[in-house]
Design a protein around this ligand. Structure first.
Ligand code: ATP
Ligand code: MG
Length: 588
């Protein structure tokens, strides 16, 4: 845990993507070979107090992935022992996210289903003289716990008789006592070198309504008492959790041993950390509640539903998780590795379309007025089966404003006065003149075209260096396009200087909304689609040629199309830091 975090980038991680067994696979194979178990059963145990984030995706891919690989199964268990923060909204969203990621649980369980059993086991421990009711306040308990170097002090209530403890515990359950007035503690050793063994709290009194058990309970089990026993009830063979729980493992084993129940075992792996984002549910909730983002599924959020709305595919998230692997030490993964995984998948599956985000009008002066012709465009050069489509071409077009320069520098190969350029799938054109408004902004570019270059090739082998995209003005459809950048401007947003919080590290330019973008007409039907297998609505995804990957947003309607930019075609952040080093960007 004390290792310094290291940053991994896309190329080094991709290169290191060797098919070696990770430490969990080694443990599982050993157990299977030795006959410790015949098959494995893992679980994914979210607390339904927020939406799942990309860190959870790693845990999901790991738990479900291991079971799949070894012919085992995975349970979904809601760790709902903390009624105050939990809600059924989260329970439903979590299930959608797991199914969207492509996994199906064997059983769905709730720790709250085990409240009766857990209570009975607590009674067993009281009878064995291994648990007692303590009347100290939480402050007193904390103060008497000692430190790593100083032993704790026994509670004055520690030697209560079994009968008295049974009576008090039953009355705690019956609601006779106020919140915080008593707890049930395991009776282990107040001088134990592992602080977790210093009479850990098993139950607390909490008169709170639970989203499943209603008002049945006013005592709730603590994580350490509930988790291992829940695993054991389900016969979980491998209870996989993040590293910070390693000091809890001996206690996990202790309860199971004292109760003589199914021996589940806990294994720890390094949690996923990514730069330029925060991953604590508490902070994500704050971003939502205080309207820094539009909701849990804001496309800038590191939540699974945020990535889904942003246009990420389940495949890209799974391959990201595969690529980062499973480690026993904490590290920080570069955000660009996520985008790398997305690009890699969308490059294979996304249909290409033409869209102009910042349009300027082009008139082809020698093209017949009123005529439209259909030109053939390739849907996906990576997949011949995707075929072709027809794109209308006419005398008036739109091109990207920054694909034209009146006084271009050397090596600017796009449209400029007198410079021939290819319109993708269409013709070679040459700019002859421009019209400007009173402020000097270009309002219209006049070109001529060469009819012999139809389809984008010249019959005489004449070459042009630049190819630009376009849409026919008369046929184009309008759309709003939302451009996203990283939600945080700093690599480690959790680290804020004195008097500041992670909110001060938000990137003020993380959302830019473009209106009146011009799209080729085939995009008019782009919509959200129900995934046949999961029933979950997913956006149609496209590559807008030369611009990046985009998907339909769920706000989109037939009257007002809305697209999200999922990612650029190249890693613009890497380019930026490179150009900073070399002293300035060049515009090729
Ligand atoms: P948070 O700290 O964000 O609130 P949590 O750990 O409280 O997260 P849980 O709902 O308890 O969230 O987590 C469910 C499972 O997901 C646990 O097994 C937990 O270890 C795992 N998990 C949570 N965050 C990460 C992460 N960043 N990387 C890997 N696994 C994670
Ligand atoms: Mg937790």
């Amino acid at each position: 845990m004390s290792d310094t975090p290291h940053i991994e980038n896309a190329s080094s991680a991709a290169a290191a993507n060797e098919k070696q067994l990770n430490f969990l696979e080694e443990i599982i194979e050993q157990g299977l070979n030795e006959g410790t178990y015949k098959s494995i059963l893992t679980r994914f145990p979210p607390e339904p107090n927020g939406y799942l984030h990309i860190g959870h995706a790693k845990s999901i891919c790991l738990n479900f992935g291991l079971a799949k690989k070894y012919g085992g199964k995975t349970n979904l268990r809601f760790d709902d022992t903390n009624p105050v923060k939990e809600d059924t909204e989260y329970v439903d969203a979590i299930q959608d996210d797991i199914r969207w990621l492509g996994f199906q649980w064997a059983g769905i369980h709730y720790a709250s289903d085990y409240f009766d059993q857990l209570y009975e086991w607590a009674v067993v421990l009281i009878k064995k003289g291994l648990a007692y009711v303590d009347d100290q306040t939480l402050e007193e308990i904390r103060a008497n716990r000692g430190t790593v170097t100083v032993p704790g002090k026994n509670s004055p209530y520690r030697d209560r008789s079994v009968e008295e403890n049974l009576d008090l515990f039953a009355r705690m359950k019956a609601g006779e006592f106020e919140d915080g007035s008593k707890v049930l503690r395991a009776k282990i050793d107040m001088a134990h070198p592992n602080m977790q063994f210093r009479d850990p709290i098993m139950y607390r009194i909490l008169h709170a309504h639970h989203h499943r058990t209603g008002d049945k309970w006013c005592i709730y089990p603590m994580y350490d008492y509930a988790h291992g026993q829940s695993d054991s009830i389900e016969n979980i063979t491998h209870s996989i959790c993040t590293l910070e729980f390693d000091i809890h493992r001996p206690l996990y084993d202790w309860f199971i041993e004292q109760l003589g129940i199914f021996p589940s075992h806990q294994y720890e792996f390094a949690r996923l950390n990514i730069n330029y984002t925060v991953m604590s549910k508490r902070k994500l909730l704050q971003l939502v509640k205080e309207n820094y983002v539009s909701g849990w599924d804001d496309p800038r959020m590191p939540t699974i539903c945020g990535f889904r709305r942003r246009g990420y595919t389940p495949e890209s998230i799974r391959s990201f998780c595969e690529r980062i692997g499973v480690a026993k030490r904490d590290n920080i993964i570069d955000y660009s590795l996520l985008e790398f995984s997305l690009r890699e998948h969308l490059n294979k599956v996304a249909q290409r379309r033409m869209a102009v985000l910042d349009p300027v009008k082009v008139v082809i002066d020698n093209y017949p007025e009123g005529e439209t012709e259909m030109l053939t465009a390739i849907n996906n050069p990576e997949n011949a089966e995707d075929g072709t489509r027809e794109v209308p071409f006419s005398r008036e077009l739109y091109i990207e404003r920054d694909d034209f320069m009146e006084n271009p520098p050397k090596k600017y190969f796009r449209m400029a006065p007198g410079q021939e350029v290819r319109l993708r799938y269409a013709y070679f054109v040459t700019c002859q003149s421009v019209e400007k408004d009173a402020e000097g902004n270009i309002t219209c570019i006049h070109c001529t075209y060469d009819p012999a270059t139809r389809g984008g090739d010249s019959p005489d082998g004449r070459k042009v260096k630049g190819t630009i995209h376009w849409v026919s003005a008369q046929h184009a459809i309008d759309a709003e396009v939302r451009m996203f950048d990283r939600l945080f401007a700093t690599e480690a947003p959790d680290e804020a200087p004195e008097g500041k919080t992670f909110l001060d590290n938000l990137n003020p330019n993380s959302l830019q909304t473009l209106q009146h973008c011009k799209l080729e007409p085939s995009l008019a039907s782009a919509s959200m689609q129900k995934n046949a297998e999961t029933g979950i609505m997913e956006p149609e995804r496209f590559q807008f040629e030369r611009l990046g990957y985009f998907c339909v947003d769920r706000d989109s309607t037939a009257e007002h199309l809305v697209f999200n930019r999922s990612c650029t075609l190249k890693d613009s952040w890497a380019k930026m830091s490179k150009s900073k080093k070399s002293g300035g960007a060049t515009n090729g």
